[in-house]
Design a binder for this molecule. Structure first.
Ligand code: SME
Length: 171
């Protein structure tokens, strides 16, 4: 199937998120492998926002987060739960916004040009499957609007797709 995705960059971030989430909702197909679905989510996000330098999923297995589908430069493949921004968000089961990565103790720098970051846990109820991580070369690139809509997006993903608890890469 051919998929096209165009975003009017003149819209507000809120309007872009609304269009994006609706598009992603229609792109997700629970009959296809999870890795294919998550790959398209990262592509759509990267295309929608110029402020994103890297976007990807880290998926949980045995208390470690493993690199999943992503868009951007080569990244670290394993992060312990509790370490870095991703591991801290997974441990707390809370979204973390980092305005300046140099001020986050233990930040893991996969790309030294990255300046700010948001990490959203991928959760269904109390169960955590991984995190969605977005980086930017701009300071303070992410705000409460990003948090609200990215959390909404993660909820859409976990409700629409079938996740096996721990390491849901291939169905
Ligand atoms: N900065 C993250 C590591 C992942 S990369 O940004 C892709 C962290 O501190 O967990």
């Amino acid at each position: 199937m051919t998929e096209s995705f165009t975003i009017n960059k003149n819209l507000s971030e809120e309007e872009i998120y609304k269009a994006l989430i609706s598009k992603i909702d229609s792109l997700l197909n629970s009959n296809e492998p999870l890795i294919s679905n998550l790959s398209n989510v990262t592509a759509a996000l990267k295309e929608a926002f110029d402020k994103i330098s890297w976007v990807g999923f880290y998926l949980l297995k045995n208390e470690k987060l493993f690199l999943g589908p992503f868009q951007g430069k080569v990244a670290c493949t394993v992060i312990d739960v509790g370490k870095g921004v991703c591991g801290t968000a997974a441990a707390l089961k809370e979204t973390i916004i980092v305005d300046d990565v140099d001020k986050f103790p233990g930040h893991i720098a996969c790309d030294s040009s990255s300046r700010s970051e948001i990490v959203v846990p991928l959760m269904k109820g109390d169960k955590i499957f991984g995190v969605l991580d977005l980086d930017s070369y701009q300071l303070s690139a992410f705000n409460q609007t990003d948090k609200v809509y990215l959390e909404n997006l993660c909820l859409t993903i976990v409700h629409k797709l079938e996740f096996n608890y721990q390491y849901p890469i291939i169905k």
